[in-house]
Design a binder for this molecule. Structure first.
Ligand SMILES: *[C@@H]1O[C@H](CO)[C@@H](O)[C@H](O)[C@H]1NC(C)=O
Ligand SMILES: *[C@@H]1O[C@H](CO)[C@@H](O)[C@H](O)[C@H]1NC(C)=O
Length: 440
């Protein structure tokens, strides 16, 4: 077996606190390194099929950025403040990685903050909730091996650490990178290339220069829509997001959902296509539920059930698509929409309707935010999509679909945005600008 290599950056004392891992090309396969059971255990569904699998990112553009970075052996970033739903979490993790690359620092594998499901009036079936929400590793949503392999391949200089204790040190401090910039327009930082210089100045100002042997640790706070994703070119922007791939049980459930839909509605589907045409219309129903992004309040008309569902039904009718797949954490509202849609001869379905027996068990064992990932994947491939402008979940889907589709430029008319394969309702022009800071 090839050798395992630990890079010890600091003294013996620190080495006992952290487990450093230098991932070089010759090291043993990542799955031999990771601790803990694989998240995808369980009596699964035709395990050979996975419409949402793809190989680790092998990007020339990322390698170019990484090889031109000045790497600093004594700088370490953590990325543990990833809160919210998938739209927020995905973007903030990607921003952490981008900032760590920019500064040439090591990165501790990101963690994901759990949401208190009780607070949101959902799901009382998980015993761990009694202890309040905590943190999970990346495997809560993502395929960790894929993340590690992608970075190893496309940014081989970057050092990844699997874990770091919450130590106290005068050379450790939290930072929201955007705070180092005076002016952050809606379209994102004007000069992201200034980040390493600004960080250096901040470190000099806030951290003691001794003991030199002790690394400088920067705990990155949640960064959302401020990093201009296209600042390293379009190719970089479009491969970078693929370092995150959803965990395999979620991918398989989404594939099964599509297969069941295909069987049930006797609709032949090629699940290998990024956008399946003809197929169904995907809709993200996000009404007055507790997941409404806090930044935007619900005085927006499309935040409410009547306006949202009327718009979605009208879109399906005018696109002549008789089947709507609805993503929502609120089942009664899906049923309500289903009744309403029969008047227009549109059938409504959803994952809980399509998944049966073992698959349903697998779904039910997932937490709220994990179940939403199944919808996310299904919606990516729909012929047409409808969502809401105030939701990062909707936006994230739109951005990814855009890359897989015909790439027609999006147009905003009054408060409806559309690029021909996706439509968002209740969009302000500042949201469109901010979308340039969302990794597709
Ligand atoms: C690494 O970064 C720290 C903090 O900015 C700085 O003090 C140190 O000189 C850097 N080391 C190298 C080798 O650039
Ligand atoms: C399914 O789609 C993929 C990707 O577009 C394509 O390569 C393949 O030929 C298609 N398969 C069939 C049976 O049409």
């Amino acid at each position: 077996m090839a050798s395992r290599r630990y890079a010890v950056l600091a003294g013996v004392v620190l080495a006992s606190i952290w487990l450093w891992l230098a991932f070089d090309r010759e090291s043993i396969p990542a799955h031999r390194i990771w601790y803990g059971p694989s998240p995808s255990k369980g009596g699964l569904i035709s395990p050979s099929i996975d419409a949402f699998d793809f190989p680790p990112v092998d990007s020339e553009e990322m390698r170019a950025v990484c090889s031109s970075t000045k790497w600093n052996q004594s700088l370490v970033f953590t990325c543990d403040n990833n809160h919210g739903g998938i739209g927020h979490v995905r973007n903030s993790i990607l921003n952490c990685v981008r900032y760590a690359i920019g500064a040439g620092g090591a990165l501790v594998l990101p963690n994901i903050a759990l949401r208190d499901e009780d607070d949101m009036g959902h799901d009382h079936s998980h015993p761990e909730k009694r202890h309040g929400p905590g943190r999970n590793g990346m495997e809560y949503m993502f395929d960790v091996e894929h993340f590690v392999d992608s970075l190893r391949m496309s940014c081989p200089e970057m050092l990844l650490m699997r874990h770091m204790e919450e130590t106290f040190s005068p050379r450790r401090r939290g930072l929201l990178p955007e705070h180092l910039f005076d002016n952050v327009p809606a379209g994102g930082l004007e000069h992201p290339e200034e980040w390493p210089i600004r960080l250096k100045a901040w470190i000099e100002e806030h951290m003691p220069s001794y003991p030199e042997k002790e690394p400088i640790i920067v705990d990155l706070e949640q960064s959302f829509l401020h990093y201009p994703t296209h600042s390293d070119g379009h190719k970089f922007a479009h491969s970078f997001g693929n370092i995150l791939k959803f965990r395999s049980d979620v991918r398989r459930l989404a594939t099964t959902t599509l297969n069941k839909l295909s069987e049930w509605y006797e609709m032949p589907l090629n699940v290998s296509e990024p956008i399946m045409t003809p197929s169904f219309m995907g809709a993200h129903l996000q009404t007055d539920n507790p997941f409404l992004e806090q930044r935007h309040n619900s005085d927006v008309a499309f935040a409410h059930f009547p306006a949202q569902t009327a718009a979605y039904i009208e879109q399906a009718v005018s696109a002549k698509i008789p089947l709507m797949y609805v993503a929502s954490g609120n089942l009664p509202e899906i049923h309500k929409l289903g009744l309403q849609a029969t008047g227009s001869n549109i059938a409504v379905t959803h994952k809980e309707d399509l998944l049966k027996e073992k698959d349903m068990d697998v779904l039910e064992r997932l937490r709220w935010d994990q179940r939403a990932l199944v919808d996310y994947l299904v919606l990516l491939k729909a012929q047409d999509f409808a969502g809401v402008g105030h939701s990062s979940f909707s936006w994230q889907i739109v951005m990814t679909r855009h890359e897989g589709g015909n790439k027609k430029k999006g147009v905003l008319e009054s408060d409806v945005w559309s690029d021909g394969i996706s439509t968002l309702y209740g969009v302000r022009s500042s949201y469109v600008e901010s979308s340039q800071c969302m990794w597709s």
